[in-house]
Design a protein around this ligand. Structure first.
Ligand code: APR
Length: 308
């Protein structure tokens, strides 16, 4: 891939750009922000690490989208963090405006690009981008499930003292509180988790995963998680850039899968050169199905508050 753009040169965006460059997923990475000098400064600093880290991906910074023209993928992390006194609704409206503006520019300068949405509230911001850009569902995908499963997998690895690499997990649904972990699919080196951990401990780790974002926010004092979120976004970019056909939990626009239609929700997705190459359905228990429906209702509730 020639060019990948990251919108928002904050914590998540800058870390994502660095990981993309270090893995040489494109010839060039462009970092865009409204702040004067910040994307240029971070990009130059990253590029100056290239001789030591040994990568040839050029990193540049910009305020203007003209410099991003022809990008194959846009990772969108632009947004406002919630400030004291700001309601969730205020944040929703602000980020909606920001993402609508970003999507318009992407459409104008790179009409064939794939958008990887990271800004929260994730499922709804992915919808805003899809509506405004007018892209088909193959080319707008949200990063959520990879982060939620990574948290879950990291907690399981700590508890069992085994390699994180051997843990497979699947989380469906909306990002955050309403996520739906499919515990029956979790395995450790192919062994079902239920054979290695008590139901109580599994439930405790599920609960910790559900509140994983909040745990980091509390520890940091200001700001929210960015190392793991940027890893999740870059894994999606890598699957697309290297046409890997990876099966990853991502937020996809549903058109009847899981009996749901007309919203973004976390589901198992196949990612390759075309972006979303397919949604893979899994059998759910009655309990999992009703949890997924509740999660969908929560996402729809937020969608209804939008003023697009
Ligand atoms: N265009 C480009 N960049 C913008 C715009 C815009 N219209 N509006 C804001 N930004 C930039 C800000 O200037 C800031 O540099 O987006 C960046 C956001 O960075 P941070 O505040 O550091 O936030 P970050 O921790 O990176 O999180 C970004 O990702 O995981 C989600 O919930 C998180 O929605 C949040 C997003």
């Amino acid at each position: 891939m020639d060019k990948i753009t990251v919108i928002g040169a904050g914590h998540v965006g800058a870390t994502a750009a660095q990981r993309i460059a270090e893995r040489e997923l494109a010839r060039e990475v462009v970092l865009v922000d409204i702040l004067e000098g910040v994307p240029q400064g971070k990009a130059l600093d990253q590029w100056e690490s290239a001789p030591v880290e040994g990568f040839d991906t050029m990193v540049t910074g910009a305020q203007s989208y003209e410099d991003t023209a022809g990008s194959g993928v846009y990772v969108v992390t632009a947004g406002l963090a919630r400030k004291p006194g700001m309601s969730r609704d205020d944040l929703l409206q602000k980020n909606t405006q920001i993402i609508a503006g970003v999507a318009e520019q992407i459409k104008l300068h790179s009409p064939d690009a794939i958008i990887v949405m990271v800004t929260n509230p994730l499922d709804v911001m992915a919808y805003v981008a899809k509506e405004v850009a007018g892209f088909p569902r193959e080319r707008v995908i949200g990063m959520a499930g990879i982060l939620d499963t990574a948290r879950f997998r990291s907690f399981i690895a700590m508890e069992l003292n085994v390699s994180v690499e051997d843990i497979q997990a699947l989380v469906l649904g909306g990002h955050g509180d309403s996520m739906v972990p499919i515990v029956s699919t979790v395995s450790v080196g192919g062994i079902p988790l239920s054979q290695l951990m008590s139901a109580d401990r599994i439930e405790a780790l599920v609960e910790r995963t559900r509140k994983g974002g909040g745990e980091i926010v509390k520890l940091l004092g200001t700001g929210s998680a960015y190392y793991a979120p940027s890893s999740g976004a870059v894994q999606m970019v890598e699957a697309i850039a290297r046409n890997k056909m990876r099966v990853l939990p991502c937020a996809a626009w549903l058109e009847g899968e899981f009996g749901l239609d007309g919203l973004f929700l976390g589901v198992p997705c196949k990612l390759g050169r075309g972006g979303l190459e397919g949604v893979i359905e899994v059998e759910l228990s009655d309990e999992e199905r009703s949890a997924l429906e509740a999660s969908a209702a929560a996402v729809r509730g937020t969608m209804e508050m939008l003023q697009l």
